[in-house]
Design a protein around this ligand. Structure first.
Ligand code: AMP
Ligand code: MG
Length: 356
């Protein structure tokens, strides 16, 4: 049995930027490529108002390490592994002292955000899908197509999963069998943390976390960043570009980011919690722009699952965010806040923007 395995690491387009001649204390560019959280990351600090670009870069790299240590499901000491290995409580029993699992406060924060995204997306975003992700090999790259019964059984575990979060005391009580993956939200959270460092030092920086981009530094109205959206059909090129204010995350989810092929069919990593199978979406990619990168990340994953119709409705109701939906029909649908859109590939057509 020969299985073709393909992993595509998303390079979310190109970014061009223009600087004004502000009073920066350091104008030296400092850049670093690192591999963390299963992704190639690139951080570039262009200038700072406080400290040096090198210092800010080093602080950011250190932060990446701290967050990876908490959320990496494949590292035995991470909080995610602690959660997944914890026995949990049978659903009909009341929790006792040993059912409490104490976690780092950042993990508690991300679990709370995930919970909000779960309810806020009509359950399209669900971190408890780990048993299903394991069946497909999306946890460790050991890909395979599971049989329908196995998917059904794993999905039953997901349906029964629960995590009660005790925010003040920083512990959780989980149900037996609950296993989580923060793959759909952790990089968004990391981006927010890196932006916070940049803001503290008045730094202009560009953070690329494979599919997630963080634009650090607001260059004012006439000096926006230009962001390219990857062409899902040809990931080395762009579908479109647009102009964007700084201090925002731009997060893209798409089937092309990670998938394998088997028996002439392609299976991607974004799972529909209703079926346990890769979402049969009529979208090629979803890009979400906003100040809260954590939620941008959760929403981009969830809207991909929802598909075009529900995603457009969701976009209309969430005017704190901007959205770019690329459909299988080769349409590019944007919300009205996405400005100066330039079509970079004639194979796509720009559709009238969605009013929010
Ligand atoms: P993203 O690249 O942000 O869209 O996240 C995709 C990753 O999130 C996958 O590789 C899985 O680890 C995880 N995931 C897959 N499907 C879902 C889902 N429906 N809800 C939450 N996380 C998911
Ligand atoms: Mg996501």
């Amino acid at each position: 049995m020969i299985m073709k395995r393909i992993i595509c690491i998303l390079m979310c387009g190109i970014i061009l930027l223009q600087f004004s001649s502000c009073s920066f204390s350091d104008n030296t560019e400092a850049t670093k490529n690192i591999t963390a959280m299963n992704t190639v990351m690139q951080i570039t600090v262009f200038n700072t108002e406080k400290g040096t670009s090198e210092e800010v870069l080093n602080l950011m790299v250190e932060r990446v390490g701290e967050i990876e240590k908490l959320f990496d499901a494949n590292s035995p000491d991470s909080d995610v592994s602690k959660i997944n290995q914890f026995p949990g409580t049978p659903s009909d029993e009341t929790a006792s002292e040993e059912d409490k699992l104490f976690l780092h406060e950042e993990t508690i924060d991300v679990l709370i955000a995930s919970n909000g995204a779960y309810y806020g997306t009509d359950f399209a975003f669900n971190i408890n899908l780990m048993p299903v992700l394991k069946l497909w090999g999306f946890d460790n790259g050991n890909y395979g197509v599971p049989d329908d019964d196995a998917v059904k059984n794993a999905l039953a575990t997901v349906d029964e999963s629960s995590i009660l979060i005790y925010e003040t005391e920083k512990y959780i009580v989980k149900s037996e069998g609950t296993q989580i993956s923060l793959g759909g939200i952790a990089k968004g959270y990391l981006g927010d943390e890196l932006l916070e460092i940049a803001e503290e030092y008045g730094a202009t920086a560009l953070v690329s976390l494979g599919g997630n981009i963080v634009l650090c530094g607001d260059k004012g109205d006439n000096k926006k960043w230009t962001v390219g959206v990857t062409n899902p059909d040809d990931t080395g090129s762009l579908a479109c570009s647009f102009r964007c204010n700084g201090n925002r995350s731009v997060v893209t989810s798409g089937a092309y980011e990670r998938y394998f092929e088997y028996g002439g069919k392609s299976y991607h990593h974004i799972i529909d919690p209703a079926t346990g199978f890769p979402a049969d979406s009529d979208l090629l990619s979803v890009t979400v722009v906003g100040e809260n990168g954590t939620m941008c990340d959760a929403y981009s994953t969830a809207l991909f699952v929802m598909g075009k119709e529900k995603a457009v409705e969701f976009a209309k109701e969430h005017n704190d965010y901007d959205f770019i939906l690329i459909t299988k029909d080769k349409e590019i649908i944007t919300t009205e806040g996405v400005t100066d859109v330039v079509l970079e590939d004639d194979g796509f057509s720009l559709v009238k923007s969605v009013q929010q």
